[in-house]
Design a protein around this ligand. Structure first.
Ligand SMILES: C[S@@+](CC[C@H](N)C(=O)[O-])C[C@H]1O[C@@H](n2cnc3c(N)ncnc32)[C@H](O)[C@@H]1O
Length: 380
């Protein structure tokens, strides 16, 4: 009798594979992806001419060269490489208008900036950062810039190193960027050499590889950008990587993740900075080792308010914030509503907020979104 691609694996062994994959890569195989996982395992066994899934499991579990090589192949099947240039316009606006100018200012003396794009896939994210830096620093060749793209998927890194992209990688990009930094070759776009040379790539497994590493590039970053990676991770893997990221940042270095990717995590070691465009996280300055971490509300004018990080129990004081910002009252209001919206989106939707009439985060999001639509209409 022929065994189907999904029936050959017992429930127990499939669970064991799921645990092994989470331990090795951080990737969480969700309920809906379990059939697909069985199919992937079946195809890998077929390629290796293995008859029993237990033997495949034992191969993955062993600490041998064969095991290492097989993980590389399985990882190609397990990872999602979706990426494009300047993905998430709002976060790139925040980088362009606030975070990178602040870093450039702060690093003016030593002219050294170190950035890591963690989970960089085929390179669109680190190359976007290189383009931004090139545009923001007039004498860029006098600076010592490190932009390191890291990923667990070696196929993706090879493509990143080649730097040739289809039109779909530019789905939200202004035509000037495409014209200025890419050469059209056979209907595809090749990144120009000066930008290519600004970026290095390295295979790093965020979960299992040790870092920071003093004698490697995995150290002392001013900015780590890790977006659309944690959405695939289980919570314990995210916590583990966050601890390592914290230690791999310089004091006052920034961490940027995708929106709402850290909502169940303990972020007390970081200072949370709230901008209209996004929440981001900052390593404390060296001298604030034991103080409680802060929530900081920022605006493009640079005005800041700090509050204890636990915004579930402390009131998010819009009034106080309003007083300290220097833009027009209407714009300030819109900025604050946007900041509040971003904050609320970090919470599980059913979280009740006592200070706001016990409404849930989902209900408040609706209210703020409606208010924002009205304010935007009025401000036009
Ligand atoms: C959806 S892509 C995100 C690409 C890019 N950051 C973006 O937002 O456009 C997720 C990337 O995370 C990588 N990844 C998954 N698990 C990883 C791990 N344990 N260590 C390093 N990279 C990992 C995948 O290989 C994939 O390239």
């Amino acid at each position: 009798m022929k065994v189907s691609q999904t029936e050959f694996l017992s429930v127990e062994l499939r669970q064991a594979f799921i645990r092994l994959i989470a331990k090795h890569t951080g990737l969480e195989i969700r309920e809906r992806d379990r059939t697909a996982l069985s199919q992937k395992i079946f195809l890998r066994m077929k390629a290796l001419k293995l008859l029993f899934p237990l033997h495949y499991y034992q191969l993955l579990e062993s600490k041998t060269l064969d095991s290492y090589q097989e993980w590389q192949k399985l990882i190609i099947d397990l990872t999602n490489l979706e990426s494009y240039f300047f993905r998430d316009k709002e976060q790139f606006n925040l980088l362009r208008n606030h975070i990178l100018p602040e870093l450039i200012q702060r690093k003016q003396d030593r002219k050294t900036i170190r950035i890591c794009s963690a989970g960089c896939s085929t390179g669109e994210e680190p190359y976007s950062l290189a383009i931004l830096l090139k545009e923001l620093i007039p004498n860029v060749e006098q600076w010592n810039l490190t932009i390191l793209g890291i990923d667990i998927n070696q196929d993706a890194l090879e493509k990143a190193q080649i730097g040739i992209y289809r039109a779909w990688s530019f789905r939200t990009v202004d035509p000037e960027i495409k014209q200025g930094y890419f050469k059209l070759i056979n209907h595809q776009y090749q990144i120009v050499q000066p930008i290519k040379e600004m970026v290095k790539f390295e295979a790093v497994n965020l979960v299992n590889d040790p870092f920071p590493q003093p004698n490697s590039e995995m150290r002392d970053f001013d900015l780590i950008i890790c977006r659309n990676v944690f959405i695939y991770f289980d919570q314990s893997a995210i916590a583990k990587v966050l601890d390592k990221f914290y230690l791999t940042l310089q004091p006052l270095g920034y961490l940027i993740t995708g929106h709402a990717e850290l909502h169940d995590q303990n972020l007390s070691q970081f200072q949370t900075r709230v901008f209209a465009e996004s929440l981001i996280y900052q390593r404390q300055a060296d001298h604030v080792l034991s103080s409680p971490s802060n929530l900081v509300i920022g605006s493009s004018t640079g005005s800041l308010i700090t509050q204890p990080n636990n915004f579930l129990t402390k009131e998010f004081s819009l009034e106080e914030a309003n007083n300290s910002l220097q833009t027009s009252p209407e714009q300030t209001n819109i900025n604050l509503q946007q900041a509040a919206l971003n904050l609320l989106k970090q919470l599980p939707p059913d979280t009740k907020i006592a200070k706001l009439g016990n409404l849930t985060a989902a209900e408040l999001i609706l209210q703020v979104e409606t208010a924002l639509k009205l304010s935007n209409g009025e401000s036009k």
